[in-house]
Write a protein that binds this ligand. Structure first.
Ligand SMILES: Cc1cc2nc3c(=O)[nH]c(=O)nc-3n(C[C@H](O)[C@H](O)[C@H](O)COP(=O)(O)OP(=O)(O)OC[C@H]3O[C@@H](n4cnc5c(N)ncnc54)[C@H](O)[C@@H]3O)c2cc1C
Length: 557
């Protein structure tokens, strides 16, 4: 009945629908909470629209550690309910909801003091496993001797690491998953419009009956009518509450988290690594042909739209990782850096951000208006359900319960079988087994749509660049099916080349723009503008880190 395709035509239709239809639910914000909320509401049979000011997942939801986890650190805060709930979500995502996107990942927890550490950490990880329960897709934790570490993770310093415990969590390409949830919402009838900014609320008496929004591409104002509006604006929540003249029952504090990206060759380990730091934990996370290492946790009050990594952030990460790694990581090895802002629901003005709970808060500051913030990526589905449950009370009719715990996201259907049919897919498409596997782990059963593009133009089967697994069809597909509308959308979120490729993939920018330009109907000038827009972002990011590196070399010389 409905289609999951997001493309320029669909956007035009969505803009028309926003102006002409009456919605049950309007969602503000296209991060994982917003798209999850749109999916939850649409799959309950409600008429739903979602507006996102920029691109899907352009806020925090593309800048996380990309872990689907219970959060080991919350065990130390005795927050067992939070951990159990998140572990349940992890299980559902890995097995039913998104097995094509959410994958198990192993971590080593290095031990230093032989008996004390092994007892304490071992008990913690046993509890972590037990909180998940016995019906589980991920293996149980395992004790590793110092001798075995030399084989599993030669990069861990043998002089200070006396053993380790290996445990499992899961990981996801956050921006890709968020976009796929948005597509699933569209498949269930949600009207999704990106590059539409919510400006103000429309009131009837004290009740919110819709919003005034701007199509940021044409500048056109749009009045959207909705029985209830749900704001899922993450770190923009306070700003929007104030702009809308609403007094919310919570505040959102921002905590900046930075990650650095290094080539696989920088660390010799078959597993990820988790390290306890003085304030939190540091993850060394395997990622395709790279490692993602982070994160930091510092109070932030700057520009929400462009959190930038600074040298002190990068130095902190290197210093913490280098406590246990041999050879030490160096600045010169870093391929990419990214920063994101955690939306932390603030309950006490004087509490430090690293002690704040990741639990979410749903509020109803006005009739017809619900807002939700906090939580973490892993629990987006629960947040969405809570928000829609509360919003449903505004609709003067019975609303069915959420079904998203049983609703696979697009591409999940048939994925496990297709993984066993790689040879058949190979002979049908002429692609290598490695490319088929890469595609299945990004699109699941939607691989058929990529293969259709290749069938109509065989040149799309070729690699974008020999160093990366992406083929040209994926770049085109990003704009014909995944709602990308700019070079930045494709390089930063549909692919992750912005941090996977050296120099933010600068050498691939023109090639990518050439592939997407015809599908977006761009002339030469529009293509150049999109390239310039991406390069301007990259230059600001480089300046924030690089100029500081330059400073340092001046001091050292
Ligand atoms: C460094 C870091 C590491 C993390 N690691 C993990 C992890 O490993 N695992 C985990 O579970 N969680 C993790 N998190 C937390 C997780 O990423 C966030 O909780 C989650 O992504 C928040 O999603 P959101 O949708 O609430 O916010 P966002 O993704 O920020 O979405 C809000 C959206 O609202 C839009 N918006 C704002 N104003 C308007 C407007 N006027 N009109 C329309 N749209 C608007 C924004 O553009 C934005 O896209 C991490 C967070 C950070 C910062």
């Amino acid at each position: 009945m409905f289609n999951s395709r997001l493309d320029p035509n669909q956007r035009e239709n969505a803009l028309h629908a926003l102006e002409t239809q009456n919605f049950d639910v309007l969602v503000i914000g296209g991060g994982v909470t917003g798209v999850g909320t749109a999916l939850d509401a649409a799959s309950r049979g409600l008429r739903v629209a979602l507006v996102e000011v920029n691109d899907i997942a352009s806020g925090t939801s593309s800048r996380s550690s990309k872990l689907i986890h219970g959060g080991l650190r919350y065990l130390e805060q005795y927050d067992f309910k939070l951990v159990r709930e998140a572990l349940q979500e992890r299980e559902a995502l890995v097995t039913v909801l998104a097995p094509h996107l959410v994958k198990p990942v192993a971590f080593l927890y290095p031990l230093h003091e032989k008996i004390k550490d092994r007892t304490y950490v071992g008990a913690g990880l046993a509890l972590y496993d037990v909180l998940r329960g016995f019906n589980r897709a991920l293996p149980w934790h395992k004790h590793i001797s110092q001798k075995s570490i030399a084989a599993i993770a030669p990069s861990l310093r043998p002089d200070i690491v006396t053993g380790a415990i290996k445990y499992f969590d899961a990981q996801v390409d956050d921006a890709r998953h968020t976009m796929m949830v948005a597509r699933t919402a569209a498949r269930h009838g949600a009207v999704i419009a990106t590059r539409v900014r919510c400006e103000s609320l429309i009131f009837e008496g004290k009740k919110v009956i819709g919003v005034v929004a701007t199509d940021t591409v044409s500048g056109k104002k749009i009045n959207i009518a909705a029985a209830v509006t749900i704001m899922c604006a993450g770190v923009w929540s306070d700003e929007l509450h104030a702009k809308f003249g609403l007094k919310a029952g919570y505040e959102v504090r921002m905590s900046k988290g930075v990650h650095i990206v290094l080539p696989k060759s920088a660390i010799n380990s078959q597993s990820g690594i988790i390290l306890k730091t003085p304030t939190s934990v540091l993850f060394v996370i395997p990622w395709n042909n790279e490692w993602i290492v982070g994160t930091t946790d510092t109070e932030y009050t700057g520009d929400r739209n462009e959190p930038l990594a600074l040298r002190e952030d990068v130095e902190y990460i290197l210093n913490q990782a280098n406590r246990v790694l041999k050879p030490k990581l160096s600045e010169a090895e870093i391929i990419g850096v990214y920063a994101g802002l955690r939306p932390l629901v603030s309950r006490k003005a004087d509490s430090s951000t690293s002690k704040l709970s990741r639990e979410h808060t749903v509020d109803r500051p006005a009739p017809g208006f619900v807002s939700i913030a906090g939580g973490k990526y892993t629990t987006y589905r629960i947040m969405a359900t809570d928000a829609v449950d509360i919003a449903s009370k505004e609709l003067k009719r019975a609303v069915p319960n959420s079904v998203t715990d049983k609703l696979p996201i697009v591409g999940a259907d048939g994925y496990l079988a297709l993984m066993q049919q790689i040879p058949a897919l190979q002979s049908e498409s002429g692609l290598s087994a490695a490319t088929i596997e890469h595609l299945l782990n990004r699109y699941g059963s939607l691989i058929s749509e990529i293969l259709e593009l290749i069938a109509s133009d065989v040149s799309l089967a070729t690699s974008l660049h020999p160093s990366f697994p992406y083929i040209k069809a994926e770049i085109l597909y990003a704009v014909t099916h995944e709602g990308a509308q700019s070079v930045d959308d494709v390089i930063s979120r549909r692919t992750r080349l912005t941090f996977e490729a050296p120099e933010n993939a600068e050498t691939l920018v023109l090639q990518i723009a050439d592939i997407i330009a015809p599908a977006l109907g761009w002339n030469k000038n529009e293509k150049q503008l999109s390239i310039d827009e991406y390069m301007a972002i990259v230059h600001r990011e480089r300046e924030a880190v690089a100029s500081l590196f330059e400073d340092k070399s001046a001091v050292n010389s």
